[in-house]
Design a protein around this ligand. Structure first.
Ligand code: NAD
Length: 491
């Protein structure tokens, strides 16, 4: 593959990185795909200055029609190049081809329509009418305004989904943006930057994209006093650092973090259907999804049957080359992530667990960062392998003693991102779902992911919501204008 853009997008121009370039690697083959622009601190400084200037000195934040036009142009331009973007996403992120027709690429591109449409019909000012609070006759108006400069920091696992679900609403709301993508997937972001520069009317500085090998570029963005809000998706540990860095200037922090979500199977559920769904979920993109359910919580009396059913389902998952249209479970992103997952697999055994299937690298893969779809049985929810985010195709099967116990186990987690309940009695399953402390719950296979649905976590899974109207309003300040009635000249 010849390399896509090796440039940064700063102040409307495609420019080389101050530190030259760094390699981007194909996780399925371990081969270097090519080079990406490597930003230094001076590049970031110019990007923030450009975003600041575009916000403070242009009409961008007031010109809703221009913003809507640019976002629709971007959606169309990305759509025009979708086949090239698909190949880059498969090669660089190890994303299974089938997922690029949905959440890995096509869906987030299409979903740019949502923030554009929302901005177009949004009530930017709401008149509360005249009242006399504290005895002063006043006309009250509530105005929604953008924050200013948004620093967006994103991970590698769903590079387009996370980036577009940030820049779409942030820009639609009238902010300007500096996007700092993950070092593992620089081309996915750089190509969006090139397309913005070449094919859209975004004014200079409104959107800047700064790829960098060094994580400290993200840290600098989070602490920069000229940045008004940080929108971060990544691990909970990094989210904590971002929050600390942002605290010095009390900037708005929006966090989408990790998860350890539970898939609860009630005693009346169709065990086969539930186990098939659980296996498909946890192996999607090799388990590298924050909201994937990674703990299967089944009735104790059906534990053995559940392990057998989920092992059979996991063993049948199409696993291997992500460019194969049948593959659901491809490689992990890097040797580091593969070693991290292997660490948790080894830990699970020392904690008393046993593999129903999988447990390490597949025999056929002497290259590529693959880990087999793995079922771990025999642990309780206090094991570290059951509590900590593994971020691989690894399912821990836990036993429950009835609905309340299942709820207790599901909620016994520092995280609260997502969850699933399967049961034949829908009302009972819905009652259990209501007791789960998590941001998105699927009942019997329902799909919560949609442009108009807010997504986010409870507890240490994050602060705030992405997507939907709530996700758009995350990027808005609230201002109240209170005008005394009868004192000024009325027109
Ligand atoms: P990560 O936290 O290592 O990195 C995320 C981003 O933060 C990268 O761009 C990285 O360069 C940057 N970064 C690293 N250190 C930083 C610092 N000190 N200050 C500022 N930025 C810094 O995460 P990852 O390994 O890229 O992604 C995997 C994690 O992301 C998982 O924990 C997963 O659950 C989480 N995730 C969450 C969601 C969600 O919506 N909740 C979505 C996708 C991924």
């Amino acid at each position: 593959m010849t390399g896509p853009s090796t440039q940064l997008l700063i102040d409307g121009a495609l420019v080389p990185g101050g530190r030259g370039t760094f390699a981007t690697v194909n996780p399925a083959t371990e081969e270097t795909l090519g080079q990406a622009a490597d930003a230094d601190g001076a590049d970031l400084d110019r990007a923030v200055a450009a975003a600041r200037n575009a916000f403070d000195s242009t009409d961008w934040c007031r010109d809703t029609a221009l913003r809507v036009h640019c976002l629709r142009q971007l959606r169309d331009a990305l759509g025009d190049e979708i086949e090239a973007l698909r190949e880059i996403t498969i090669a660089e992120a190890g994303a299974p081809r089938m997922l690029t027709y949905g959440g890995q690429l096509q869906t987030p591109v299409d979903d740019l329509a949502f923030p554009a449409d929302t901005a177009e019909r949004y009530s930017w000012a709401v008149d509360l009418g005249v009242a006399a609070p504290l005895g002063i006759t006043t006309r009250r108006t509530i105005v929604r305004e953008p924050f200013g400069v948004v620093g967006a920091i994103t991970p590698w696992n769903f590079p387009h989904q996370v980036s577009l679900a940030k820049i779409g609403p942030a820009l639609a709301a009238g902010n300007t943006v500096v996007l700092k993508p993950a070092p593992d997937t620089p081309w996915c972001a750089a190509e969006v930057g090139r397309i913005i520069a070449e094919k859209t009317d975004f004014p200079p500085g409104v959107i800047n994209i700064v790829t960098a090998a060094d994580h400290r570029i993200g840290a600098r963005l989070a602490e920069d006093a000229r940045v008004d809000a940080v929108s971060f998706t990544g691990s909970t540990a990094t989210g904590r650092s971002v929050m600390t860095a942002a605290a010095a200037t009390i900037k708005k922090v929006f966090l989408e973090l990790g998860g350890k979500s539970a898939f609860v199977v009630l005693d009346d559920a169709d065990l086969g259907a539930a186990c098939t769904a659980a296996a498909r979920t946890v192996t999607t993109h090799a388990g590298q999804g924050c909201a994937l359910t990674t703990r299967l919580v089944v009735p104790r009396e059906r534990y053995g049957d559940a392990v057998d059913a989920v092992v059979a389902a996991m063993s049948a998952i199409p696993f291997g080359d992500p460019s194969d249209p049948k593959t659901l479970c491809g490689p992990l992103i890097s040797a580091r992530q593969r070693d991290r997952v292997q660490y948790y697999l080894d830990l699970a055994i020392t904690e008393g667990g046993a593999f129903g299937c999988g447990g390490g690298r597949p025999g056929w893969a002497d290259r590529g960062f693959y880990i087999e779809p793995t079922v771990i049985a025999g642990l309780t929810n206090d094991a570290r392998a059951a509590r900590e985010e593994i971020f691989g195709p690894v399912l821990v099967v836990l036993a429950h003693d009835g609905d309340s116990d299942a709820v207790r186990i599901a909620n016994d987690s520092p995280y609260g991102l997502s969850g699933t309940v399967f049961g034949a009695d829908e009302q009972r399953a819905t009652r259990v779902a209501a007791r789960l402390r998590a941001g998105t719950i699927n009942v019997n296979g329902g799909m919560w992911y949609s442009a108009d649905v807010p997504f986010g976590g409870y507890k240490q899974s994050g602060i705030g919501r992405e997507m939907g109207l709530a996700g758009f309003e995350e990027y808005l300040e609230t201002k109240v204008v209170a005008t005394a009635v009868g004192t000024g000249r009325q027109r």
